[in-house]
Design a protein around this ligand. Sequence first.
Ligand code: ADP
Ligand code: GLC
Length: 492
Amino acid sequence: MSELRPGNLLFVCAESAPWVKQGGLGDVMGALPAALAALGPEVSVVLPLYSAIDREKAQLKPLAEIPVEFLGNSFPTRIFTCLLPGGKGRALFIENQYYFERQGVYTDPASGEGWPDEDERYFFFQLAVARLLEDGLVEPELVVCADWQAAMLPALLRIRYRENERLSRMKLVMSLHNLGYQGVFPAESIDKLELSRELLFPLGSFEYYGQLNCLKAGISLSDRIITVSPTYAREILDSEQGAGLDGVLRQHQDRLSGILNGIDTTTWNPSKDPHLAATYNANKLNRKSLNRRAVLEAFGMNGDFEGPVIGIVSRLTDQKGLKILAGCLDRILSRDMKMIILGTGDKTIERFLSDASRNHPDSLGVRIEYNEGIAHLVEAGADMFLMPSLYEPCGLNQMYSMAYGTLPIVRETGGLKDTVIDFLENADKATGFSFKGYNAAELLDAVDLALSAWKKPRVWRRMQKNAMKLDFSWQSSAERYMEAFRGLLAEA
Ligand code: ADP
Ligand code: GLC
């Protein structure tokens, strides 16, 4: 079996913590490469150099300048580098003032919409990565392409660079974090990559109802497809969760698997989290209530409240189940509890939640913003954490919650199903509450059950301890990735 040697893994992604993070993809693209680097191989991560990245704080150093041919021009492109967290492996940043130095990573803050030239932004990025590979500035044996923003790289390497023996030998892994975002663009968009429009023949690997579908191309042209939980890997083979790509996924099913994400336990650890009002562990759970007070006050609510608090930290999109929450929010808020919600996203959802908190100022606190520190404080200060997702490829917040002794209430889908042990299923081992149907009635029942369990301190404490005992650290997931990578490298 081929061993992974130094110089052999490259992650290509649109975001990576701690430098830039918009959601779980950033968390995973920060922690997974570092966890793999700790196991031996040399790992690089490449991402765009957005203006949101603080060059000084990240201690970026110039590495090279390469020409990137794009849209008939040659862009002299500077590459910067720094070490990965943990000191092993390196991150590479691709500079382009026009495409990446804007306020807002994916969306234009003025309109709240995605940047209208997002195809060009990430095509430029991927062409620059291909050029890095061509010039040997990074020489991986295996390249992991995360989500649609990196999903045309397989096409570039397998088609435009097919004469280059070194590049065509590289193994390619498509890493699927969310089928809800596929990178679908008008057919002529493919010209920008100098790939033939003939590739867009009906039902072919690139075509989707007459348009270019980047994710479909990535799925079709890579050697392996890895998604972020075993349940999601099964669910996406059906039309209900396949987001229109279930057919192509079924076709490549033998190359598809699911490996559960881990969590970065250096950042998400209640015993040493600098964002908390009071650190604690499973033996000092009484201190958790100091965080309840702090978080209620941070949401402008009465910190003396001693009843249960339900927290949400979320991108505000339909994926996250806010529709069914809206269907029972008034009834939840009529119970003896308080709810706090931190999130940004869809403007209609933002408005709905802000209005609801104005109508229920004592029981609902809402902060429409992206705030890392408050996200940590919610995890620590809430008693329960709600994730009623329509679908959830993995979900990290339920794992953060369990690590913080904050019991998750989740809909049984994707990674939520793989990580939360339901109270009704196994009372002794339970770590949270889950419900099946995507509807407000089942969500309300699960919340009511959690609220009644909270009133039984011995039951609650046992569940908190069960949850805090679970090991969601990256180590075992990273080993699974290594196993998959080794298997792939051993193939002819
Ligand atoms: P997704 O990637 O679909 O958004 P995950 O549960 O995998 O869902 O990860 C979400 C990540 O983004 C978590 O680390 C969460 O704390 C963070 N996050 C989401 N919204 C906010 C926000 N408004 N402020 C701070 N962190 C947020
Ligand atoms: C996506 C998914 C989320 C997952 C994250 C990291 O954004 O929505 O479920 O945890 O990617 O893999």
